[in-house]
Design a protein around this ligand. Sequence first.
Ligand SMILES: *Cc1c(COP(=O)(O)O)cnc(C)c1O
Ligand SMILES: [Zn+2]
Length: 413
Amino acid sequence: MDESLSFIVELRCTGCGRAYDPNVAQTVCTYCFGTLFASYDMEKAKQRFSKELLPKRVASLWRYREMLPVRQESNIVTLGEGFTPITKIESTRERLGLKQLFVKDDGIIPTGTFKSRGMTVAISKAKELGIRKVALASAGNAGGAAATYSARAGIECFVFMPNDAPESTMKECYQMGAHLYLVDGLISDAAKFVINGKEKSGWFELSTLKEPYRVEGKKTMGYEIAEQFDWELPDVIIYPTGGGTGLVGMWKAFNELEQLGWFETSESKKPRMVSVQSTGCAPVVRAFHEGKKSIEQPFENARTIAGGIRVPFPYASEQILKVIRESGGTAVDIEDSAIIKSMEMLGRDDGLYVCPEGAATLAGLEKLIEDKWIEKSEKVLMYNTGTGLKYAELVRLTKLKTFSKEESSNFDL
Ligand SMILES: *Cc1c(COP(=O)(O)O)cnc(C)c1O
Ligand SMILES: [Zn+2]
């Protein structure tokens, strides 16, 4: 055996428990269509991987490489993504009367959203497995990130997007040399093109939680939160949920860290995980409050300005709902108008130019404080999943004054 960077042993179906070989390209379980999760040699990890090694390592998500699936260093396709700051937002904290409020800010990651986390890992692993062509349906950001890492890996990338996806993400795909196709419909409609074109085109499907490694990349959010908070997790994490990869990934991370014995308290207290969605597309919120085990049908007429969470029928809904319940969390929906307002407030009050999905977490937080679901003494972390700069068209410039050049010697503000 070669000396592998990774302690991965196998892939396991989250539905029926069947094991799959991680050295061969896999999508979902061939028996029950369940999502496959990577599992690692925890005994070896306890002996050879310790948190004391981390401070000397690269300030990117690849610092956790033993718990990531890529075996050979030469296959890692990276732009330095991850290890993003956890920022205090003091004005907002004071306004809400909370003791401790933080934002984990993935607005400053390559490609501008946390989709890079999933894609650096998925594309690196695709490269390692010899995959030459990938395809995915995307609300925008995942397509941009797939295009970016594919370009670096020399992999051909096909992206299918709703035709009303943010223009910035279309341009990103175009600029990265991906094949970009627009579909007059939602992400679920775009997904059908990827599935139906698979046989003819021979591409590998990169759709989230159907491909096993994007969630491995996204789980690093959980590793980072733990490390950056010195191995003491917050009480509540509020997360804008679309496909649910981040939510499911963070929970996987916390479970792995617990197995590794890295938490400070022996009785490690894991956070309550909160899923925030827009009222216009809230399949997770609805299924959670109806007590359902999974989402049975697509949310009808899905509409929201927060494209990343406009996912009417998430593939891994069973996993998402399980994590929310297991953690003692909840799910809330908020209006798009509250998202716009929260984007504005985070800018004016705390200097954060967040994406609408990230802003949704603030609107959700306010609702949960009002409902007394969150106590003011609790330590709360909001996850900002991307930069507002990718959504420039959402910002309306009103009351903007324009001068003529000649006025510079005499003007009123
Ligand atoms: C994709 C996306 C989300 C939702 O992420 P999931 O992990 O799929 O739930 C949230 N915010 C932004 C900016 C996104 O691009
Ligand atoms: Zn299965």
